[in-house]
Ligand binder design. Structure first.
Ligand code: SF4
Ligand code: SF4
Length: 206
């Protein structure tokens, strides 16, 4: 019993000389450790709206909002900080985690209390979606398709959806394959298609 008492005494004397171990926040600014997992923040530049972070979030604190109308189709990522556990899964498993900047990362911001839960969010801008030219279903965000095409390099040319969306991104594919004669270019396959329609086009023609 004597040893712990001596240890506590040493701690008390050290604290008297050096000051308390705890910070004086909120009376003085607090600088968290470098690897502290604070507020997760999206990067508009780095996020490709693939929604992988929403799938791996154990707290289901992330949602993706798709808005599909006749005029436009977009996706926005929304992270609800009031539901977040700050576990780090979203940034650790983000598809673009090795890019600079990554899609999402933890900042060291920690003083996040507020009165309105609707304001406790981290969001991306709206990202354009690619829709299936046959059935109109959402395929993926265009930024996601471009990212995959960049990763694949020349191999992307073997996939009509990636190939065409890359050409469209460059502004040189508009109407190219769609006006091709059916039997010359298999125009039913040379389209931006979802997996279901691509399978249908492949299996039902031959
Ligand atoms: S790029 Fe990263 S942050 Fe953006 S949606 Fe995909 S997983 Fe989430
Ligand atoms: S830190 Fe964890 S709980 Fe918070 S949004 Fe990311 S995955 Fe979800």
């Amino acid at each position: 019993m004597r040893l712990p008492k001596i240890r506590e005494l040493v701690e008390a004397i050290t604290a008297l000389v050096k000051g308390p171990y705890t910070s004086r926040f909120p009376y003085a600014p607090h600088e968290p450790a470098k690897r502290f997992r604070g507020k997760p923040e999206y990067s508009n530049e780095g996020c490709i709206a693939c929604a992988a972070c929403a799938l791996v979030c154990p707290a289901r604190a992330i949602e993706f909002r798709d808005a599909v109308t006749k005029e436009k189709a977009t996706r926005k990522m929304v992270l609800h900080l009031d539901e977040c556990h700050y576990c780090g899964q979203c940034s650790a498993l983000c598809t673009t985690r090795d890019d600079n900047p990554p899609g999402i990362r933890h900042t060291t911001k920690f003083d996040l209390a507020g009165f309105d839960r609707r304001e406790m969010v981290s969001t991306t801008d709206e990202k354009e979606l690619a829709l299936c030219e046959s059935c109109g279903d959402v395929i993926a965000a265009k930024a996601h398709l471009d990212w995959v095409a960049r990763k694949l390099g020349p191999l992307a040319f073997s996939n009509p959806t990636l190939f065409l969306s890359s050409l469209e991104e460059m502004g040189i594919a508009e109407g190219l394959a769609r006006t091709a004669r059916d039997y010359a270019l298999r125009s039913d396959r040379i389209k931006i298609l979802c997996a279901k329609c691509k399978r249908k086009a492949t299996l039902e023609r031959y």
